[in-house]
Design a protein around this ligand. Structure first.
Ligand code: PGA
Length: 254
């Protein structure tokens, strides 16, 4: 059974370098046991946190970035390429988060290009997929069709998928305090694994994301089909995030 992965997506938080360092320090002190923990701060804090991580000998907390560009280098103002991130010690890259798809109009084609280059550079990708409320309201079958369409485009032509993690994050559950039913999340995780296995001949790890906190994380990661969680809001509070990691450490897997 693969280790459970608990990934913190800090998004555009916290508001100062000092607060970012404080938060990382607190996370780095948590005894993670068999759980893999990844922290994805804003780009601006990455180098400092990479340094801090080295000084704290906190290798067991992996570093992640929240996005990447699809070209290595060149005239692309403000963009950041995978090799740059790798040179800081970054291991994971979140790609295709619904907030980027919404606010930055990221398309599946852009997501696909980002995944290909990040994988080629030896980084691990956390690919976010998730259906909007309108699709889910039509039922589970419609939600699955949405996810299948998204996956097909996002991983078109991608080979060697051992480094791909898929985060299933129903859009209506992100930052809303609404949660998917744990059984439905399990079934979607299993559907995603089955679909990717059939179409691409590999079986990705699948995380659940969307208003995960210390009170509900165990309900999701208890399933063997769910390999961990992508945590937004609740990862901003060190005490809360520590509780989430502890639940993952002591999960009774079904
Ligand atoms: P949330 O965010 O935990 O605040 O819902 C999760 C995510 O967007 O990755």
């Amino acid at each position: 059974m693969p280790r459970k992965l608990i990934a913190a997506n800090w998004k555009e938080n916290p508001r100062s370098k000092k607060l970012a360092f404080d938060l990382f320090r607190a996370v780095a002190k948590v005894k993670t046991g068999p759980v893999e923990v990844a922290v994805c701060p804003p780009f601006i804090y990455l180098e400092g946190i990479a340094e801090l991580r080295r000084r704290m000998l906190a290798k067991r907390v992996s570093l992640g970035a929240q996005d990447v560009f699809w070209e290595e280098r060149g005239p692309y103002t403000s963009e950041i390429g995978p090799k740059m991130l790798k040179s800081l010690g970054v291991k994971y890259i979140i790609v295709g988060h619904s907030e980027r798809r919404k606010w930055m109009k990221e398309t599946d084609r852009m997501v696909n290009k980002k995944i290909k280059l990040a994988l080629a550079d030896g980084l691990r990708v956390i690919l976010c997929v998730g259906e909007p409320l309108a699709a889910r309201k039509k039922g589970i079958a419609a939600a699955r069709r949405f996810i299948e369409r998204q996956l097909k485009k996002d991983i078109a032509g991608v080979r060697g998928g051992g480094n791909i993690v898929v985060a299933y994050e129903p859009i209506w559950a992100i930052g809303t305090g609404r949660n998917d039913r744990p059984e439905d999340a399990r079934d979607m995780a299993s559907f995603i694994k089955g679909f990717v296995k059939m179409s691409h001949h590999f079986s990705p790890r699948v995380l659940y994301g969307g208003s995960v906190n210390s009170r509900n994380v165990a309900d999701y990661i208890q399933w063997k089909e769910v390999d961990g969680a992508l945590v937004g809001g609740a990862s901003q509070n060190a005490v809360e995030f520590k509780k989430i990691i502890n639940h993952a450490k002591h999960a009774n897997i079904k």
